[in-house]
Design a binder for this molecule. Structure first.
Ligand code: NAD
Length: 373
């Protein structure tokens, strides 16, 4: 069983899908590991460290030759897989709802695309969940980026020269990233409030010592859909939410938006008119910028200034913490392969629940129900 790890090709991608730690663990299972030279350099991992862990390090074509499994952070173009075994697995993120051409190309080439974003949100798959591990880091980094950009302090400080008041931070969307953003902003001493469409998050917000801000005027609406994810909200809800945000946002110094709906563009939560009500020098971080953005006017990988408010949007926030993001991503991939490793067969054999959830292509066809729908 030969496992190949390629250097990431996407612009701005600094992560790598295997670290010396996971290379060793995969070799211990009985696999042979091949890593493209320079694959870990942006995550502070040298070729030498991979060699010491037992991997063969070489050029892409040699690494991929006869591979049974290719691991990636972002799935490579099929052209990069030339020479891999027919039907080889590629375990990576595929952005499958958006990158439809790539999924089709994988099907046509006969590879088995395993989309790590489609890992079911079930207890036994938690350790394999790249969305959680990367969102957690992204939520943390978003707060730090805001604190760096903000021209004032986060904590209240009582000094001989007078008192500096605490920053008011508002987190919109309390999934994995939002919870970490709340916790990080609290640690920095900010006054934190947060909102979500899922009522279950109210208690989670409170347990972190933040204030929940919720739409109460629309009766009988629950924003939680299948798998614990949010659903698209009614027009009535969206109107009530906009009113609530308008009254709250004008009093905030920092706003961090994280709202996503699987398979759809990110919901628009903040309008230009609402930004105009914020205090000069305030900062907004749009964590959903790559999915269309929660904030009007946010631009991927730019800091835009509107009405004296800076709007930050990183298209790949976890990549700004390349070493930790790679360490966690690669452990997620190892946990996935390890959980299904069949010692007798000397390879992983997926079960139905997780296999059917993550498998996009097989035998030349697109086989995933979520993509067919
Ligand atoms: P996500 O990245 O899909 O979305 C971020 C947050 O935005 C969510 O909390 C969502 O409810 C919220 N949101 C969507 N539309 C909104 C709107 N219009 N206004 C305000 N907020 C809005 O979320 P996620 O972090 O991937 O978490 C999704 C679900 O999965 C949660 O229920 C989470 O608890 C669950 N989860 C389960 C596991 C597990 O059991 N293995 C692991 C991680 C997450």
């Amino acid at each position: 069983m030969r496992i190949a790890v390629l250097k990431e090709r996407a612009s701005g991608e600094s992560r790598v899908a295997a670290t010396p730690e996971t290379v060793k663990k995969l070799i211990a299972l009985g696999a042979t590991l091949a890593v493209e030279d320079g694959a870990g350099s942006a995550a502070s991992i040298t070729d030498e460290a991979y060699r010491e862990a037992g991997a063969e390090v070489g050029q892409a074509a040699a690494v991929v030759k006869d591979a049974d499994i290719v691991m990636g952070v972002q799935a490579p173009d099929v052209a990069a897989l030339n020479g891999a075994k027919p039907g080889a697995w590629v375990a990576a993120t595929f952005d499958p709802f958006v990158q439809k051409d790539r999924v089709e190309a994988y099907a046509k080439a006969g590879f088995e695309a395993l989309s790590m974003e489609f890992m079911p949100r079930i207890t036994r798959a938690q350790s394999m969940d790249v969305l959680s591990s990367q969102s957690n880091l992204a939520g943390y980094k978003a707060v730090l980026a805001c604190a760096n950009t903000y021209g004032r302090a986060f904590p209240m400080m009582m000094t001989a020269a007078g008192t500096v008041s605490a920053a008011k931070v508002f987190v919109m969307g309390v999934g994995v990233a939002g919870l970490q953003a709340i916790a990080t902003a609290k640690r920095l001493g900010a006054q934190v409030s947060a909102t979500d469409v899922r009522s279950a998050t109210k208690e989670q917000i409170q347990s972190l010592g933040a204030k929940p801000v919720f739409v109460e005027s629309v009766e009988g609406i629950e924003g939680e859909g299948s798998g614990g994810y949010a659903t698209e909200m009614s027009e009535e809800y969206q109107k009530a939410q906009a009113e609530l945000v308008s009254s709250h946002i004008a009093k905030q110094d920092i706003v961090i938006t994280t709202a996503l709906i699987p398979g759809r563009a990110a919901p628009r939560l903040i309008s230009d008119a609402q930004i105009a009500t914020m205090r000069e020098g305030s900062v907004i971080f749009d964590l959903a910028v790559a999915q269309g953005g929660n904030v009007e006017g946010s631009v991927p990988d730019q800091v835009v200034e509107k009405h004296g408010v800076k709007i930050i949007g990183y298209s790949n926030t976890a990549a700004h913490l390349a070493a930790d993001a790679s360490a966690l991503f690669s452990r997620n991939l190892f946990n996935f392969l390890n959980a299904f490793w069949d010692a007798e067969a000397g390879k992983p054999v997926l079960d139905e629940e997780i296999g059917d959830a993550v498998r996009l292509t097989q035998g030349g066809e697109i086989v995933n129900e979520r993509l067919k729908g």
